[in-house]
Design a protein around this ligand. Structure first.
Ligand code: ADP
Ligand code: MG
Length: 254
């Protein structure tokens, strides 16, 4: 049996007195697409942020691709990683947010080449060649020289996805990637994510798009109150939820 790509073990996180993650246990296999559903405030974003070093867990462990996030164990001791080691871990994890956060004064192409050139020290020519490939992949081959303000929200989000892919991540995290979009632009972003899923990318997607979860997810995770309440194949969790809290939530969103 191959080990899971992501393994969260009893992950706990508080902000002051507020315990936001109250013991998350979750394993995600390589190539798996997991959609995370749950009410606002249930800790979904915090969980993704902890995987990607944007927040730090208080207790438990998160493993990604065989590495303990934020720490190293040696000779029976646990050491905090140094900034350059944390940066190296983060490079393997792509993240896409609700707000696309593109650099406004850089073109689509420049947004994508920034990290490969300055973080990975790729040559400009190599980074640009790869960025053109990625723009083709997200169906924006003809928009390389456009600035974010000249692109629709759906196009900007697809540039953001291409940017995240430019560092060749082993895991992609999506935090409500279509929530800020006009309804008619949601489909093109979901289609891009669907392509990525069929290419075998391991993805954790926080979303309220039940149709996407049903069609694309290998597994749906329902979170509430900082724990995983239930998880399973989309049909099981969406059509035959076992837990009253899942039923209550789905009754409101479907
Ligand atoms: P979700 O993404 O499921 O809506 P979040 O993970 O964003 O939930 O937030 C969970 C809870 O943690 C919320 O009550 C939120 O207000 C709180 N929270 C999130 N980030 C912070 C922070 N940096 N400081 C204080 N409270 C926070
Ligand atoms: Mg959130």
């Amino acid at each position: 049996m191959t080990e899971p790509l992501v393994r969260a073990v009893n992950v706990r996180k508080s902000f002051g007195d507020l315990e936001v993650l109250r013991g998350i246990d979750l394993e995600i296999n390589r190539g798996e697409v997991v959609c995370v559903l749950g009410p606002s405030g249930s800790g979904k974003s915090t969980f993704l942020r902890c995987i990607n070093h944007l927040d730090r867990i208080d207790k438990g462990e998160i493993w990604v691709d065989g590495h303990l996030i934020g720490y190293r164990r040696a000779h029976g001791h646990t050491y905090e990683l140094r900034p350059h080691e944390i940066a190296a871990q983060r490079r393997g994890i792509g993240m896409v947010f609700q707000k696309f956060n593109l650099f406004p004064h850089r073109t689509a192409l420049e947004n994508i080449t920034e990290a490969p050139i300055f973080v990975k020290r790729q040559s400009k020519a190599d980074a640009e060649a790869r960025a053109h490939e990625l723009l083709e992949r997200v169906n924006l081959g003809d928009r390389a020289d456009f600035y974010p303000a000249q692109l629709s929200g759906g196009q900007q989000q697809r540039v953001a996805i291409a940017r995240a892919l430019a560092l060749d991540p082993t895991l992609m995290l999506f935090d409500e990637p279509t929530s800020a979009l006009d309804p008619e632009l949601v489909g093109e972003v979901l289609d891009t994510m669907k392509d990525l899923a069929s290419d075998g990318m391991t993805m954790i997607v926080v979303t309220h798009e039940i149709g996407f979860a049903r069609e694309v997810a290998d597994r749906v995770v329902f979170m509430d109150g900082g724990v995983v309440v239930e998880h399973g194949p989309p049909r099981q969790v969406l059509d035959d939820p076992q837990h009253p809290r899942t039923r209550g939530f789905l009754a409101k969103v479907i």
